[in-house]
Design a protein around this ligand. Sequence first.
Ligand code: NDP
Length: 341
Amino acid sequence: VLSNYVKTSLKESDMSLRTSKIQLKIPSGCDGTVLVKNLYLSIDPFILALMKNQELELPSFTLDSPIYGFGVSKVLDSSHPNFKTGELVWGFTGWEEYSLIKDPDQLFKVQDKDLPLSYYIGILGMPGMTAYVGFFKYCSPKKGETVYVSAASGAVGQLVGQFAKIAGCYVVGSAGSKEKWGFALMKVDLLKNKFGFDEAFNYKEEQDYNAALKRYFPDGIDIYFDNVGGKMLEAVLNNMRLNGRVALCGMISQYNSLEQPEGIHNLINALVKRVRMEGFFTSDHYHLYPKFLEMVVPLIKEEKITYVEDIAEGIESAPGALFGLYSGRNVGKLLVVVARE
Ligand code: NDP
């Protein structure tokens, strides 16, 4: 549950664990609801905005009530005509072992049970749709173009890079590095060796983002898929090519900061280069979900696309996992397994 609204930066103690007894059937007077057992919970950057009580077109969290987010769940009991006991679904649910879903019309049914269920909060869920819509609709890629992706090893970024390679582009990604099991696991190695990016760099080792981008894009950037905002966005705008496109997907460098976000000081390069810069919300595009599945499921099954997950065990690990997301502790899509069946 949310213990207090976050004022500046997130602390694990902003959340606490509660235990209560519930009946594993739908209470009387709750027609049209479904009771689910939550299997996987998604740890997503937008959660912090709701913990800060910020407007995000989603209801903010209520103090002392469960945090909610995307999850994969199994229907235990249903008083809704479209859902049956035993069905697997994904969509908004509580950070709980069991949840009563009051608006099941927003749930999606798990389509293909041959693939890992956790994929429905990753590559086959909201992050996958974000990469698909953001890249193909907002970046309008053409073969041979140059693409830059920030936060490139994460839930969304790893897919954008792979989609860009499939589209015949030259792709560079940036990411941090991470200590795991006592040695440094370089996310940039993952970008090149696992996801097939042409080049990758560790932005934490670069003093001058402008110089780094000039090194990898001597002739400029056609497409920037922005996951981080801040001063990286400013450096990118200095390096765009004529008629370039910038998809404003997220600005994670600004979400958990104590300081005022660093602004864009000069947009003249965007003007001179006729750059199209556009923000988007994946939630406006779920009508494309069937088309997205049609494209991505065969790519997964034919092993033309891969997906790395970072799985934390047990609901009690959720606060720590969320905290780690804003310092880049995760490698790949971060999620929590609550139960495996
Ligand atoms: P990730 O799995 O990429 O996890 C977040 C990553 O961001 C971390 O692993 C870390 O990697 C990086 N990061 C954290 N802090 C900073 C910082 N200060 N500067 C630069 N990088 C940082 O998350 P997602 O793939 O789920 O989300 C990526 C972006 O997409 C987010 O901005 C999110 O808000 C946005 N988003 C937007 C949606 C939309 O509808 N527009 C929908 C879904 C996501 P590293 O080690 O590289 O620093």
